[in-house]
Write a protein that binds this ligand. Structure first.
Ligand SMILES: Nc1ncnc2c1ncn2[C@@H]1O[C@H](COP(=O)(O)OP(=O)(O)OP(=O)(O)O)[C@@H](O)[C@H]1O
Ligand SMILES: [Mg+2]
Length: 258
């Protein structure tokens, strides 16, 4: 098992007021699985990823990753946070190299791995560009290379393609699926876009509105490889989308009423 979540919960205390961000959650994520989280804004999706990454203490429960309890920063995950960590004053090459520098990887090995990662995300030739010179999709691919470069077993991705236009999003989805299939990593993918979740994931978890809880977990009955440009025309896609939307829509409506 890649990630075992038992009773993981989070309460925030903010200005003397307690916010139940996440009620106790139980979830098992298999090694090599592609799982998606959907749910209304504020239901605790990023909170749960932060707890798996070990950067946010839990107020209850336990999480283990690759058989080890998460306590403190979990360096075995690659985390693409909701706000990416591409630094504007570094070139593409330097940005991707940074995580290896932090880990004390020797310079020759760093060069080899950065070059390999830039090829994997189709950025060969842009080594010396600065982030401001890149398109939105290219910048996302730099962020993806940054987390893949140190070869984590698990990728946590928080709305990585949220800001991209529809066509670019489909291209990034296709690229992510092919990287996932080539590397066999576990992927936990948060999105607001239900079609994106059904396109990519083997299982989709629907969270209820705050306090977040798991409402439904559905297995998507589509085999891999999947072509994001075509899969949505498959009748099974529509069935899975319909079931998930029936669970998700009332939660979104509740949020709007607050
Ligand atoms: N540092 C904090 N202090 C107080 N409350 C917080 C803090 N971080 C998050 N929250 C609250 O916890 C709840 C869950 O937040 P979280 O960011 O996990 O939601 P989310 O599901 O990722 O939402 P979105 O889809 O908008 O990204 C929210 O109601 C938020 O206001
Ligand atoms: Mg979030």
């Amino acid at each position: 098992m890649s990630i075992v979540i038992r009773g993981a919960a989070k309460r925030y205390v903010s200005r003397g007021r307690e916010i139940r961000a996440l009620d106790p959650v139980d979830l098992d994520i298999k090694a090599g699985e592609f799982i998606a989280f959907v749910g209304p804004s504020g239901c605790g999706k990023s909170t749960l990823l932060n707890m798996v990454a070990g950067i946010l203490p839990m107020t209850g429960g336990t999480i283990s990753h690759d058989g080890k309890p998460v306590s403190g920063i979990n360096r075995a995950v690659g985390y693409m946070t909701q706000v990416d960590s591409v630094l504007p004053w570094h070139t593409v090459f330097d940005n991707v190299e940074l995580p290896l520098k932090f880990r004390g990887v020797p310079v020759a090995e760093r060069r080899r791995r950065v070059t390999e990662m830039l090829a994997l995300v189709n950025l060969t030739g842009f080594e010396n560009s600065f982030p401001i010179e890149l398109s939105g999709g290219m910048r996302k691919r730099v962020a993806l290379a940054q987390v893949l470069v140190y070869d984590p077993t698990t990728l946590l991705m928080d709305e990585p393609f949220g800001a991209l236009d529809a066509q670019l999003k489909l291209m990034m989805q296709a690229q992510l699926l092919s990287i996932w299939q080539a590397t066999g990593k576990t992927v936990v993918f948060v999105t607001h876009d239900l079609a994106e979740a059904v396109t990519l994931a083997n299982r989709v978890v629907v969270f209820s509105g705050r306090p977040g809880r798991i409402k439904v977990i559905e297995t998507v009955p589509l085999s891999y490889p999947r072509d994001p440009f075509k899969v949505r025309f498959n009748p099974q896609f529509e069935t899975a989308y319909g079931t998930l939307w029936a669970a998700l829509a009332p939660e979104i409506a509740k949020g709007e009423a607050i």
